[in-house]
Design a protein around this ligand. Sequence first.
Ligand SMILES: [Zn+2]
Length: 63
Amino acid sequence: MAENNQNIMKNTWKCSNCGNTVVEIKPPEICPSCKQKCEFMNVTCYQPDCGFTGMDKRLKPTK
Ligand SMILES: [Zn+2]
């Protein structure tokens, strides 16, 4: 498996407050769903074993 990035990959960010996910390169300052300055967790999955959903189901919010 290649280790170098070929493209600029967008990441999947999950709002720790409302659970909304956004797909951007960087996490948004303000959550578009709950309009709060939330902590966003990177839930991007880079491995094929999570079914190419773009999200790793094994990752859970820490709060
Ligand atoms: Zn939110």
